[in-house]
Design a protein around this ligand. Structure first.
Ligand SMILES: [Fe+2]
Length: 241
């Protein structure tokens, strides 16, 4: 059983799958990769979206896709969101709405520009005031930020997990940050962040394999174990292997 916690498969909701057909194509590719459970995480941009409109659109798209997926015995879909960080997010009382499958985990997107002091305080507030664990989406992407190393140390010190994209593992341009993250003591979850069946398909299987070859079986096993833990805590139930 394999979980993908980051995907843009809901049809016509964000910059991911354009329609139902494309969403089903991505789900078929996921199935070939061994993915059994996938969390749909459409982008939520606080300055652009209203929560009410977002929930309405997401619910409609989710129901539509989930039904079509079940009929075809494709991976099971759960609702989530990729929330873009904003200042004072840690003080919001609406954060539960954005969590992955109503769990205590929140997928949080950043930009290089956000990696400075206010973010650190907000992450602590998300943990302590809202009792939610933020997962930093595609943490390898921000490696050009000035305070990146300090940020990684902070995450480690405060047990904040990160997510890395399968595509980045397979892209030599990201060798440096991927190596740094994999060699750190951080909790890391690998996810597809897939947007389409052609240009940004799910490639979790290849990424896991490459991690084993390039960085060692021990690191690959550590990642697999953490994925199982999240599978259990976000989706529930025991994983079989
Ligand atoms: Fe994403």
């Amino acid at each position: 059983m394999l979980l993908d916690i980051h995907s843009h498969i809901l049809p016509a909701v964000d910059d991911g799958a354009k329609n139902l057909n494309e969403a089903l194509k991505i789900l078929k590719l996921m199935q070939k990769q061994g993915i059994t459970d996938v969390i749909a995480t459409p982008h939520f941009y606080p300055s652009l979206h209203s929560l009410e409109d977002f929930n309405l659109t997401v619910n409609q798209a989710y129901n539509h896709l989930s039904e079509a997926s079940q009929k075809r015995n494709l991976p099971k879909i759960y609702k989530g969101c990729e929330l873009l960080y904003y200042k004072d997010i840690g003080l919001s009382d609406e954060l539960n709405t954005f969590c992955l499958n109503n769990s205590d985990y929140l997928l949080l997107e950043l930009t290089d520009g956000f990696i400075k002091e206010p973010l650190f305080d907000d992450l602590l507030n998300i943990q302590t005031k809202a009792n939610i664990t933020p997962i930093i989406a595609h943490a390898e992407r921000y490696f050009t930020a000035k305070k990146y190393r300090k940020f990684i140390k902070f995450l480690k010190l405060n047990n904040i997990p990160v997510q890395i994209n399968a595509d980045s593992v397979l892209n030599p341009l990201f060798n440096k940050p991927i190596k740094m993250l994999l060699k750190s003591e951080l909790d890391i979850i690998l996810a597809s962040d897939s947007h389409s069946s052609d240009t940004r398909p799910p490639r979790l299987k290849e990424a896991y394999e490459l991690i084993g070859i390039k960085y060692g079986e021990e690191i690959k096993i550590k990642l697999t174990e953490y994925s199982k833990k999240l599978h259990n805590e976000i989706i529930g139930g025991e994983t079989l292997d």
